[in-house]
Design a protein around this ligand. Structure first.
Ligand code: C2E
Ligand code: MG
Ligand code: MG
Length: 777
């Protein structure tokens, strides 16, 4: 903001409010002005009477009339009710200026007539003193618009000074000179006064603006605020505080103390008496601190946060925040972290903590507890067929049934998916746990009505009993192992944890560790079992079968290795090693003999199975047609289009594909038709009861069908001459494999067999004929 300059009318740079305040100052306190006008009128009459100069009476009249007009105008100004706008101020300025100038001119005229029209010294004294007094007083009134005052001075003192100068006396002349000096000093004083006044106005305006901003900020902040002065009296309280605490706004005006305010809060029911005491002591201690109080009015259920901050020069600021929403949200998050949202049962974390706590409490030896791990059978099918909303409803129904079955001291949690866990406390025997498990299985297997669907599911339960010093994790692990066994036992049943289960799991863990090392330590070996061509009586193919020469356990069967390696994801590396090793070994055999390598489904579905095969053939130099890949039906089941593509590509490469263990899985004849297979290996289970009609008819039927589809047919597991005779009678079975010919043998031994079978005799080995009815190993 700029200081006003002395131009006429509202200054361009001056704010309208300051301009209005300056004009307003002209009309304020009219008393002295009227008194001055009255004095001047009386003085003029005195001069007229004393001198007898008739020309003074018109001057008297002029002074009285202009004085009266000004008085009326001032009165009219003071009677205004509305705020003074800029335009109004400009109008009033003109009116004031006209009045003031006319009056000054009347004074000037009176002085000229009084001085030059008579030699009366008394009259002269009256004229000079009244006019100068009037002008001096004017500087105190018109400083708001100094230019008006300067013109006034010129109009009043100008004629007086001229009259003195031309009076013809050196003293009068001296007086005229002093008058000029007096004029300049008054001009300077009035200008300075105006500057001071404008500065004060600007400061006041700034203060008002600041106060307004502060007020807006205070009353729009989300917190309630009270500010106490050093003497403990309330200096500021915003609306939010008074609204939150239901207090009247006049507490500030009353200069209420902190004690008064808290007492009002307690009386209003917003703060409990105890909280009030605590808050008060904080204010009085003037130490920064946060306090959370809850509203004593339960219906409101409010949580309030009070923050105290002492101020540097004494006093304190108290902030009040309604944190109900935040607290509710926090409570909800805590609840979500510890409870299952769907069923509202405790979740795994919550349950585990609770068990840990209960297990830590010392118990009598006879007092047992049981942990029952419940898993729903066929829940996935419900989810898949009826949709997830139905699945959710089913889970809620299961939770309700479980809750209803338990005593108050037992509790149940949901561990996610279809897993529930029950903790049964204070039981006397395992039988009580078994009885609960039985009831759970029965009750959960009863029908559910969900959205007009009748749903049936089953439940399996694994039970672990607590033992002294047992941790919650061990208890849960044991119950889980028992559940695994219950499910393996055919589901819909319960099973207690036994130590052997832990041993099995431990054994599996050790096996996993050993398996990892085995590949690096080359503990694996391939054995080979011949497949004999029934027409030529010669070995057509040798199947590579994995053996693990375990340093402690001796030879481990592939049936134990392959599933573990699959679970561990080790099968891909292991399979690669087997493939390359088998291809290299085959290179040492007669050219007419092929090698068959088993591929597990997981290995078969790895991304680069084709390049793996290509690479194995390349590094070994084995022609593709000498490699057979044995896959099982489970490999065909998965991702059929991809499987079809891979098989076609392998076929295009020249590699032959055998369908192993046919008859053990789905035995879908469509596989034989839809996939590019060159060989079918009928599982040895077909040989069971082969001496009776039906299995033989079945076997022959499958064999004929496969042969008609252009595939070679192999029967696995031939152990007796009778079996061999029966399967080879109608000529559809092309090859046979079994202990009758040879057990799986090490590579060295198979080489000997091949040499013998293909007429390349090794000097030290006896020749072994490969003919039906004869074993070669
Ligand atoms: P498979 O591929 O059906 O292999 C034939 C299994 O039957 C071999 O068991 C073999 O020893 C056995 N066998 C052969 N003739 C007879 C017989 O006359 N009587 C009886 N009782 N059994 C006979 P092995 O070597 O224990 O292998 C079992 C299975 O392990 C294999 O069944 C195959 O599925 C899997 N396997 C073996 N080696 C590998 C491998 O390198 N990779 C993959 N992925 N799986 C393999
Ligand atoms: Mg096989
Ligand atoms: Mg087989």
């Amino acid at each position: 903001m700029q200081l006003a300059n002395e131009t006429k009318g509202p200054d361009q740079k001056m704010s309208p409010s300051i301009y209005a305040a300056l004009i307003d100052s002209l009309f304020q306190d009219p008393g002295p002005m009227f008194a001055g006008a009255l004095c001047a009128a009386v003085a003029a009459i005195m001069t007229a009477v004393k001198t007898g100069n008739a020309w003074l009476w018109p001057c008297v009249a002029l002074l009285v009339v202009t004085g009266a007009v000004r008085a009326l105008d001032t009165r009219r100004y003071l009677q205004r009710r509305s705020e003074l706008t800029s335009n109004e101020a400009a109008r009033w300025e003109v009116r004031y200026q006209v009045g003031a100038m006319l009056y000054a001119a009347a004074l000037g005229l009176w002085c000229v007539v009084g001085l030059l029209g008579s030699p009366d010294a008394v009259a002269h004294l009256i004229c000079i003193s009244v006019t100068l007094c009037y002008v001096a007083a004017g500087s105190g009134r018109t400083y708001g618009r100094p230019w008006i005052f300067h013109v006034q001075m010129l109009l009043a003192c100008g004629p007086l000074t001229l009259a003195l100068a031309f009076y013809g006396s050196p003293y009068y002349f001296g007086m005229a000179v002093l008058n000029v000096l007096f004029f300049f000093s008054l001009k300077h004083i009035s200008t300075s006064l105006q500057k001071i006044f404008v500065r004060a106005l600007i400061a006041r305006e700034r203060e008002a603006a600041l106060a307004g901003q502060f007020d807006t900020a205070l009353n729009n902040m989300p917190h309630g605020l009270c500010m106490f002065a050093a003497d403990g009296r309330l200096a500021v309280m915003n609306h939010r505080f008074s609204a939150m605490m239901n207090l009247s706004d006049d507490l500030v005006q009353r200069g209420a103390s902190a004690r008064d305010i808290i007492a009002a809060c307690v009386t209003g029911g917003s703060v409990s008496a105890a909280s009030g005491k605590m808050i008060l002591s904080e204010i009085e201690n003037t130490q920064a601190r946060d306090i959370i109080t809850t509203d004593p009015d339960v219906a409101r259920g409010r949580s309030l946060s009070w923050t105290f901050q002492p101020m540097a020069g004494g006093g304190a600021v108290m902030l009040l925040e309604d944190i109900t929403e935040r607290r509710n949200a926090e409570a909800r998050i805590t609840h979500l972290a510890r409870y299952d949202e769907l069923t509202a049962l405790p979740n795994r974390v919550n349950f585990r903590d609770e068990i840990e706590r209960l297990l830590a409490i010392p118990h009598d030896a006879e007092q047992l507890s049981a942990l029952l791990f419940v898993d729903l059978d066929q829940f996935k099918q419900v989810n898949d067929t009826l949709g997830h909303p139905c699945g959710d409803q089913l889970l809620c129904a299961v939770a309700d049934r479980l809750r209803a079955m338990l005593r108050p001291e037992d509790f149940v949690a949901r561990f996610g998916g279809d897993e529930f866990v029950v903790f049964q406390q204070n039981i006397k025997s395992n039988e009580e746990a078994a009885s609960l498990a039985r009831r759970i299985v029965e009750h959960l297997s009863e029908r559910y009505k969900i959205d007009n669907h009748l749903v049936e599911i089953g439940a399996s339960v694994g039970i672990a009993m607590t033992a002294p010093g047992m941790s919650a994790d061990t208890l849960l692990k044991n119950a889980d192992m028992a559940l695994y066994r219950a499910k393996a036992d055919g589901r819909g049943t319960f099973c207690f944890f036994r130590y052997e289960m832990a041993q099995t799991v431990e054994a599996r863990r050790i096996l996993e560790l050993d398996l990892r090392k085995a590949l690096a330590n080359e503990e694996f070996e391939l054995f080979y079992q011949p497949l004999v061509n029934l027409k030529s009586g010669r070995i057509a193919t040798c199947e590579a079968l994995l053996r693990w020469n375990h340093p402690v356990r001796g030879t481990v069967s592939p049936i134990d290795i392959i599933p573990v390696a699959e679970d561990m994801g080790l099968i891909v590396d292991l399979g690669r090693w087997i493939l390359r090793k088998a291809c290299m070994e085959c290179m040492k055999w007669p050219e007419t003999v092929c090698v068959a390598v088993n591929f597990s489904p997981q290995q078969f579905h790895q991304r680069d199975v084709l390049s793996e095969v290509r690479y194995a053939l390349e590094v070994s130099g084995l022609p593709a047609h000498r490699l057979e890949i044995e896959i099982t039906e489970s490999s065909l089941l998965r991702n059929t289009q991809l499987t079809h593509d891979v098989l076609s590509q392998l076929h295009a490469l020249g590699v032959r594909i055998s369908l192993d263990d046919f008859g053990t899985g789905y035995s879908s004849l469509s596989y034989l038709h839809n996939f590019p297979l060159q060989k079918v290996k009928i599982d040895r289970s077909f040989l069971e009861g082969i001496d009776t009609d039906r299995p033989l008819t079945l076997l022959r039927g499958v064999a004929r069908l496969s042969a008609d589809l252009g595939m070679s047919v192999v029967v696995e597991g031939i152990e007796t001459n009778e079996q061999l005779e029966l399967i080879s009678a109608d000529g559809t079975v092309t090859e046979a494999q079994g202990y009758l010919f040879s057990r799986p043998v090490p590579a060295v031994r198979v080489r000997q067999l091949l040499n013998a079978s293909h007429g390349r005799r090794l000097p030290e080995e006896p020749q072994v004929l490969v003919l039906p009815s004869r074993s070669i190993a």
